[in-house]
Design a binder for this molecule. Sequence first.
Ligand code: NAD
Length: 489
Amino acid sequence: MTALPTDVSPLAVIGASRRAASDGAVLPTINPATGTVLAELPACGAVEIDEAVSVARARFEAGSWRDMAPRQRKAVMLRVADGLAARAEDFALLETLESGKPISDTRAVDVPLALNTLRYYAEAIDKIHGEVGPSGPDRLSWAVHDPLGVIGAIVPWNFPLHMAMWKIAPAIAMGNSVVVKPSELTSLTTLHFAAVALEAGLPEGVLNIVPGTGALAGSALARHNDVDMITFTGSGPVGRQLMHDAADSNLKRVSLELGGKSPHIVFADYPDLDRVAEAAAWGIFYNQGQVCTAGSRLLVERSIHADFVARLVKVAETIRPGNPLDPATRLGAVISEKQMNGVLHRIAGAQREGADLILGGRQALKESGGFFLEPTIFDHVAPTSALAREEVFGPVLAVIPFDTPEEALHLANDTEYGLASGLWTGSMALANRFARQLRAGLVWINGWDACDITMPFGGFKQSGFGRDRSLHALYKYADLKSISVSFPQ
Ligand code: NAD
């Protein structure tokens, strides 16, 4: 077993106590870069979820967090952020060890963005206003944002701390209590964050972390009658199940972010194709391709197709998998052996479907014992093929040539998903038309993934509904309450 880097405990956080599973069950968490066991997590289930929800409910009902003066609540959250900042290097190392991400990414992206998210919502707390209604002289009416109560957050493994923070920070900023069920593959940074938050003065019970499988702990949270909302990022089938669970229990609210098959469109009139090639390569290979907004369908205008693909391959050939702990590594390990084998299975399927494999396609660094894949590019992918339609969630790109803007738009929208989309063009008229007609929650023009915490993030169609990031996410964790006072004349 690899030693953990800091004073990290894998135990659940319920109120202020650290807990093993009541039946003693454990789950190994594996370092994807070596295939060795990093820690044993408690495999919690309905008992621990029930306790965490009770503690969260008690804290909410006591009112000591939700009714704390906004400036004071903000000061507490900013102290929590300072606690995270002070241990940034520990969090980066831990995130790399349990997720296989390059340490250069966890240092420069995952931890700083989690911190930025926390500070953004902390700063928002004393800027939340209600509204005054247009009543006559015999009445005064106003509407306030009332926190929902107990929020269940179910988060994935691809950005463990960052995705958890997208949900924890706005939910607690609004005055709610939260029970997080992290991915069973990557729970340590979220557990460690809760310990840091308690130490920094977040009242016990506001944030509770219950590790365990989706089938036991996740399902118990989703079906719990005293949870007011489930906020989720992950796969489509689980998203559907959560809606059933909400309907079968207490009609809790559900917010879903379910990934995509995002089109990345390159028009011949963009003046700097090397820049686009760099963006297209990192648009799919960043985070080993395990990104819900990955630009996994590259639509290229036919007149530049051969030239552009050559430039793309040149960039992709420089992206080699390596030891995630080496600061020079930019492509790490995929999350698990199961995920790696699933991606290899899809690569084999694409070859059977007749796509041209022009780069990669194999497991890499086998001698490490870890789960590494070569950056992989298929050209001339049929728009009807599985590779063009299904999310792979690995470093696999499908290139599809097109002839006209109309065809590009049709191909881009011909998907059940609608999370991200992007285009490169020298024509602002074309860009404006596509921005209006692309059916996706995010549209990036002349720059892939060019937005931040200030902008809403979420999908159209089967990519889900509800938004993370921005002030819209804050209001998602509240209901509007109308209050009226009458003044008999
Ligand atoms: P998943 O949807 O199974 O897991 C996401 C979270 O949901 C985890 O915390 C998991 O424990 C929990 N969960 C699973 N079953 C549950 C249930 N019945 N009730 C409540 N919670 C449950 O995703 P995965 O297995 O980790 O990955 C599978 C695929 O999902 C990936 O290949 C990818 O396509 C997709 N995915 C998408 C995202 C995204 O950002 N949208 C993130 C991770 C995975």
